[in-house]
Design a protein around this ligand. Structure first.
Ligand SMILES: Nc1ccn([C@@H]2O[C@H](COP(=O)(O)OP(=O)(O)OP(=O)(O)O)[C@@H](O)[C@H]2O)c(=O)n1
Ligand SMILES: C/C(=C\CO)CCC[C@H](C)CCC[C@H](C)CCCC(C)C
Length: 356
């Protein structure tokens, strides 16, 4: 059966970063097949009925997906839908790990670190679903802000949510939520508001905190016995190598995704490999130092990674100017975002009390 190759839907990049010498702008978005491609497949004419029905199901699923993405993209409420989806997704995701730890599928410490490793990157991937509207970054930041409120309320005892305490604390002590987890969501708010999709510094900071620090713990606890770091016996060579590889790999993956979607200028591969390597190495060294008493890893690691990224992997001046302009424009309708935050906070609070 002939494949329909005509009339692709090209998703155009949401910002207008300009090309600078030596830089390639990824102006090509993903090419989605047009819904029209799907309708004219005569299933009865197929010599293999099973193959035809499979193809039909495939086409219908594809058509519904394209329709859904199209409808979401065209809706004036797009950012609110994505915000609500991510806010609900965060609750469901954390509950899933609580469930897996409670029924013994995952060890509690591993469950907590998997929450740490996965929620940040999943959250930044949702950035791609928001519109190019200047308020979008503020609405996206509402998701970690809601989690801040939730952690604060449960950590201080204002609300009771044993599931959340089990998922994100080491010992079951609710006051722990006011330390690492709270810094974690503050870092996500900062990456969203300050870097958004215009600059890879936010992606890199989140990757070093989640893919790097998260993997260091997971691997270090398993393979770190017998190879302590010479200057910090609480950490290991195995953990630090895992941090380097995990932070580098996650940063590379997220940068490749966002640059291929056209959100910022792609880097020449050699520059990207070298600079990311230097940033991952610096973040790994910072994580390995015995400074946890004074500054939490969820601040020091992403802080160093973001600062170095801004220096080593800058975006072209035109893109930076566009980012500043969109941030300035976002300040005006901030009240609207506040109203939205309050509404979603009320909904989230409802979900917490329902789960008691
Ligand atoms: N470079 C590293 C980092 C961590 N670890 C292992 O992971 C454990 C937890 O490390 P760390 O993340 O510093 O611990 P916490 O402070 O408990 O966790 P968090 O940062 O999530 O608060 C360490 O005891 C060690 O066994 C390691 O071997 N090497
Ligand atoms: C255990 C943690 C840190 C300790 O170092 C992580 C705490 C995670 C928060 C409880 C939940 C954060 C949720 C994100 C802001 C949003 C994720 C959305 C996505 C759709 C899953």
């Amino acid at each position: 059966m002939a494949r329909c190759a005509a009339a692709p839907l090209v998703v155009t990049p949401p910002n207008g970063a300009a090309t600078a010498a030596g830089w390639r702008l990824a102006r090509r978005g993903p090419v989605l097949p047009a819904p029209a491609c799907v309708t004219a497949r005569p299933a009865a004419a197929s010599p293999v009925p099973h193959a035809a029905s499979t193809a039909l199901v495939h086409d219908v699923v594809k058509a519904v997906g394209v329709e859904f993405v199209g409808a979401l993209a065209a809706s004036p409420y797009r950012d609110y839908y994505v915000l609500a989806g991510a806010a609900v997704g965060a609750v469901v995701w954390v509950k899933l790990f609580d469930y897996l730890a409670a029924n013994g599928t995952l060890e509690q410490k591993l469950s907590r670190k998997l929450v740490h490793t996965t929620t940040g990157p999943i959250f930044v991937v949702t950035w791609a679903l928001f519109s190019a509207n200047p308020t979008a970054r503020l609405l996206a930041a509402v998701v970690p802000m809601l989690n801040f409120m939730r952690l604060f309320a449960v950590g201080t005892g204002l609300l009771s949510d044993p599931g959340l305490v089990n998922s994100v604390s080491r010992s079951g002590d609710r006051t722990e939520l006011l330390k690492g987890p709270l810094f974690y969501v503050v870092t996500l708010v900062a990456a969203t508001v300050l870097c958004w999709r215009d600059n890879p510094a936010g992606l890199i900071a989140v990757s070093m905190m989640c893919g790097g620090d998260g993997l260091a713990d997971i691997v270090g606890r398993r393979l770190g016995r017998g190879n302590p770091l010479p200057y910090n016996s609480a950490k290991s060579v195995a953990g630090s190598v895992a941090m380097l590889v995990g932070g580098y790999g996650m940063s590379y993956g997220l940068i490749s995704l966002f640059c291929s979607l056209g959100f910022f200028a792609c880097y020449p591969p050699a520059a990207l490999y070298g600079c990311l390597g230097a940033i991952a190495l610096a973040a790994t060294v910072v994580e390995s130092l015995p400074i946890n008493k004074w500054v939490d890893d969820n601040v020091s690691v992403p802080g160093v990674a973001a600062a170095l990224s801004l220096v080593l992997l800058p975006q072209p001046a035109e893109a930076a100017a566009a980012a500043v302009a969109s941030a300035a424009a976002a300040v005006v309708p901030v009240a609207a975002a506040g109203v939205a935050a309050t509404a979603v906070a009320a909904a989230a609070a409802g979900s917490v009390s329902l789960s008691l």
